[in-house]
Design a protein around this ligand. Sequence first.
Ligand code: ATP
Length: 268
Amino acid sequence: MRIMSKNHFLLNAEKIAACCATSTKPLTIEVILQTESTNTDLMARVPTLGSPTLLVAETQTAGRGRAGRHWLSSPVPGSSLTFSLAWPFLEKPQALLGLPLAVGVGLAKALASMGVTVQLKWPNDVLREGKKLAGVLIETTSYLDRTWAIIGVGLNLLIPKELEQEIGQPVADAIWLAQMDRNEMLAVLITHLISCLQQFSRSGLSTFLPTWNSLHAYAGQQVCIVDQDKIIQQGIALGVNNLGCLLLQDRHGVVWPVMAGNVSLRLR
Ligand code: ATP
């Protein structure tokens, strides 16, 4: 059976702008019908971007995850949200290592304000009832005196069974959100996201840690760190530190900070 989206609200840049809080301005908003990857598009345009820019695609045909992994979106119109936000920072790239965690907090707050409770999986996933609801991919590049972060987000609203099979693991969707006008939903997400980026610039990751750790999906659980299908570390997931590392306690009680890099986290 094919799931049909009841969401007939086409994405519209003016409508998104009208629903965004004034604190998000100036923000250029662009909506396109289809592209391979909104992150790839914005990354290529950094030298010509004068101000923060939001690029939203109705359909993304070659969405990317970390380390060349793929982000697959439902082809059913209105059943997902895929967008990227290009944001200029004065900080050097290495100061942005913890940014995925701050972005996760921003998304979690936005979703909570729309009635969807989520947890965060280190370093960059948003889970609902233990399954992935949204993924984040942040890429950075330096241009003149700025570090541009391209923050890509894919959010499932309705997931057809066939797509879940293609992804190869159980994934979450949010039927309640799928009934909403996606322009309003996007405005809520962007308003929270930008507020988090501003907070990150002011005070770094440390002010996000209590919230991140309170939403930590695997807190106190046995986990392993996987690199290209090989387990490279295992232990109990304690939380994250102010560099964005996962704190992993081994069986001797020693706590190791794990850098995100390209590794993946799995429950044991
Ligand atoms: P994971 O632990 O799920 O492999 P990761 O954080 O290591 O995730 P990412 O690069 O962040 O990997 O995300 C890409 C992965 O997300 C894919 O390899 C796939 O497993 C999963 N995925 C792809 N599309 C979707 C989707 N629409 N919904 C949920 N999960 C997806």
